[in-house]
Ligand binder design. Structure first.
Ligand code: BGC
Ligand code: NOJ
Length: 817
């Protein structure tokens, strides 16, 4: 059963009823001002940092869910009936309802009592202003006397403090009201130089800034007293909970349409802080100019058009036409869009990430870059440098940094020994995409410390040294707190229920080793060797090639379990992920990462391991992380065994790992299998079972409950997952085989046998390639011929033109003979 449908031409997902299984979200804004918006206009906004600069208050664990956020009411003055045209919070049964989630905007339209209301939410490119543009039409045969009220609840900046520190916060709320603008200035009297404003384009007949005055005692947003009375209280907040509410009266003739705009903005006063220091009155002139600018429908429409053009241009850098529409709509629109969202907010703010828990993850951000690189290589470059500048002198890394300060921290744990290696992967992907080798010579500090700068290249070499100085008894990398699998905590052995698995003290003699990190090492170190070759760094070439070969030997000798790769050795030297274990016999991660690194390709081990993956880990809803799932808590394994069987790291379909198998199958040349694995978790394919899947059908979720859970097939933690980036890489670079390499784009498809042909338009290093791949012999892999602008080339790497022109590339496949 579906709740909506794709509109591919408009690049929108159209939701046809408001009561989706959970609120289905979209994101507004791409840089500093970011908003999360649900299909009923719930959600919140923040400026750069979801925790420290929260603009809209959001109540977690809210009931009914999806209530909080952007409130809009229409009141029929004839009889006082009022409703929310976005359904929440009044939940009035609307005569019709549509929500269109598009790229950086959301439109919610409904009608009730022959009054049509359409609200368009977006952020004009480059601005820190959220626009709610309202169109209201009277379809009655009589004049309609209406009220329109827009409201929000301000967050007192630090979202965690806001949700907990009432003894202080109920005393500090302050606002200023200037006609149609309400300025939220809590904290401005002391150290802040920023405020939020909530403004209305139309003359208002009333306002409120004190929550209690607007809602009335013991009432919720579903029945504000102000709406019941038809009159707001013109209240000025004193401490308590500051809100912004504007009341506009409208008289609409039959068929008449009116527009009104609400603006929610963030403003920093760089020069003048107070208009009148004596009165502590805000300097609002600059903010008022912005407000005046965005008042008119014309300006708003043009800003929205600019947003559309930006996205069209950004996405045009890679567009595909395959025989499978569900693949095309994901690859052309939704997955790169999700990659951009993950790049922007990492794992900090979503319907499942509260924005107060996690900042920008080192490992996560490096992987998110892989699918983002081609969309904006400038921003990618800056992110790589930011990440590197949080790296430690030892070559190790903090697990995350807070976006506002760009300082690494240990708030969610540290000592994840895989972390630093991911920096090599993102940097090499950047070099392959751009050919901009100068990034390697950028001077980058360690831990942000002035004077500690070295080249980025040296940062990469130190990441390798970090691993090499932390090898265990089998010559495999020590795992530290955990590796990619945050929950495989082999060195903490915690039995204290009040302790977080992620920050628990580690055994100082912890010798647990990770086969995953070993595989990751063999995936990234050859890249560094390649980079060293281009720099003529003989010492590095020698040292790192040797290290890579030695690591491969260690994996072959100690990382193979007979039919698949082992997962790890625990702190007592016991095998994890072995057929000898009772539970957790086979894990997906080492099978994927090792095959991706080319291990076992020559001797058949990769083939055996991947066959075991499809035999043991395949389910109707995707590939499981491990089997059998753990049924009891084991302190030697940590958080992974804290989850009930089938959930999260304990045997769910942890989607991030599935594209690794797609790539691995491609390395084996099995195009049909690769495709099958990818399509199992494709959200658009799963749209038909939305009732089971429950999350948005246009983006990947982190997990889908595995077959050991009672609600097998149910997705959780949508939006912020490395799945988007990896699946995008897997499908565009490995299946469709349009793969950036240091020397240019390499053509190396691995497709389903039945495909006749497909095409790809790819912008790359200053030229556009119009690529058509024909498959007359119905093979999966094997390039017979590549013609560029009509001429056959030698090999399968396209020449790099950088001439701003479009070049036609004709590829014909033929099986290996
Ligand atoms: C989750 C992991 C997550 C970690 C990060 C754990 O509870 O299961 O998926 O990466 O927390 O804090
Ligand atoms: C989510 C985390 O953000 C990511 O870094 C980690 O690799 C996975 N969970 C698996 O534990």
């Amino acid at each position: 059963m579906k709740y909506g449908q794709f509109d591919d031409d408009k690049r929108e997902y159209v939701i046809l009823r408001p009561d989706t299984p959970i609120p289905w979200l979209n994101y507004l804004g791409t840089r500093d001002y970011i908003g999360l918006i649900s299909n009923t206009a719930g959600g919140y906004s923040f400026y750069r940092d979801a925790r420290l600069r929260r603009l809209i208050r959001y109540r977690y664990n809210d009931l009914p869910s999806g209530i909080n956020g952007r409130y809009l009411y229409v009141r029929d003055e004839a009889d006082g009936k009022y409703w929310s045209p976005t359904w929440q919070p009044t939940q009035t049964k609307l005569d019709n309802y549509r929500c269109r989630h598009g790229l950086g905007y959301t439109i919610i339209a409904s009608s009730f009592r022959e009054i049509e209301v359409e609200a368009t939410y977006f952020i004009p490119p480059g601005e820190a202003i959220e626009v709610w543009s309202i169109r209201i039409v009277n379809h009655r045969t009589k004049v309609a006397e209406l009220s329109l009220v827009g409201a929000i609840e301000f967050c007192l900046w630090d979202a965690l403090d806001d949700a907990t520190n009432f003894q202080r916060n109920l005393n500090i709320g302050e606002v200023e009201v200037d006609q149609c603008a309400i300025f939220h200035k809590t904290g401005y009297r002391e150290r802040r130089d920023h405020f939020t404003f909530f403004a209305c384009s139309e003359p208002t007949v009333g306002f409120d800034t004190q929550r209690d005055a607007f809602l009335g005692p013991y009432r919720g947003w579903d029945r504000p007293i102000g709406l019941e009375r038809g009159k707001l209280a013109d209240s000025h907040v004193a401490g308590c909970s500051p809100i912004g509410a504007h009341h506009v009266r409208l008289t609409l003739d039959p068929g008449e349409e009116e527009r009104a705009v609400f603006l929610l903005g963030y403003h920093e006063n760089r020069k003048t802080k107070f208009r009148d220091a004596e009165q502590q009155a805000l300097y609002t002139e600059d903010a008022l100019l912005k407000i005046a600018h965005y008042r008119t429908a014309d300006v708003i429409d043009r800003a929205l058009e600019r947003l559309h053009v930006n996205w069209r241009e950004t996405l045009s850098r890679l567009q595909v036409t395959t025989p499978v529409p569900d693949a095309d709509r994901m690859l052309n629109t939704w997955t790169p869009y999700q990659c951009a969202v993950c790049f922007n907010v990492s794992r900090s703010a979503s319907g499942f990430e509260s924005g107060i828990g996690r900042g920008i993850g080192f490992r996560d951000a490096n992987q998110d870059l892989l699918g983002y690189m081609h969309l904006s290589s400038d921003r990618a470059r800056q992110r790589i440098l930011d990440l590197a500048s949080t790296q430690l002198e030892s070559g190790g890394a903090y697990h995350q940094y807070q976006p506002l300060t760009r300082k690494g921290n240990d708030a969610i744990g540290g000592g994840f020994n895989d972390d630093p290696l991911w920096l090599i992967l993102s940097t090499s992907a950047y070099l392959k995409e751009t050919g901009a080798w100068s990034i390697l010579d950028e001077r980058v500090p360690y831990d942000g410390a002035e004077g500690s700068e070295t080249s980025l290249y040296e940062h990469l070499t130190r990441a390798v040294e970090y691993t090499l100085t932390r090898l265990g008894p089998h010559g495999l990398p020590l795992i530290g707190r955990a590796d990619w699998n945050d929950c495989l905590n082999l060195n903490s052995h915690t039995t204290d229920p009040d302790e977080s698995f992620q920050t628990a003290v580690l055994r100082s003699d912890g010798t647990a080793e990770s086969v995953f990190i070993a595989g990751l090492f063999c995936l990234v170190v050859p890249e560094l060797v390649e980079i060293a070759k281009r720099r003529g760094d003989e010492r590095a070439i020698r040292r790192f090639s040797e290290a890579d070969s030695t690591m491969r030997c260690s994996i072959e000798a100690h990382g193979w379990d007979g039919r698949w790769y082992l997962r790890a050795y625990d702190a007592f030297g016991r095998k994890v992920g072995s057929h000898k274990n009772k539970e957790g016999q086979i894990y997906i991660e080492p099978q994927g990462i090792c095959a991706m690194a080319g291990l076992g390709l020559a001797d058949g081990r990769a083939l055996t391991a991947l066959d075991e993956v499809s035999k043991r880990l395949a389910s109707e809803h995707g590939l499981l992380l491990l089997q059998p799932a753990y049924t009891r808590y084991d302190p030697a394994l940590g958080e992974i065994t804290s989850y009930p069987p089938g959930y999260k790291e304990n045997g769910s379909i942890f989607c991030h790992t599935n594209p690794w198998i797609v790539i691995s199958e491609c390395r084996l040349g099995r195009g049909d299998r690769a495709w099958e694995v990818a399509m199992r978790i494709n959200p658009a394919v799963r749209e038909e079972m939305s009732k089971v899947h429950r999350c948005e059908p246009y983006v990947y979720a982190q997990t889908i409950v595995g077959r050991d859970g009672p609600d097998h097939g149910r997705a959780r933690n949508s939006w912020l997952t490395g799945t988007a980036s990896w699946m995008y890489v897997a499908l565009t670079q490995w299946v469709l085989g349009i793969r950036p390499s240091y020397g240019g784009i390499e053509i190396d498809p691995c497709i389903p046998l039945r495909w006749d042909a497909y095409s790809v338009v790819r912008a790359f290093r200053g030229a556009v390639y119009n690529i058509r791949v024909e498959n007359p012999d119905h093979v999966s892999r094997g390039v017979r011929e590549v013609r560029v602008d009509g001429r056959a080339i030698v090999g399968s790497i396209l020449p790099t033109f950088s001439d701003g022109a479009t070049h036609n590339v004709q590829v014909t496949l033929r099986g290996e003979q």
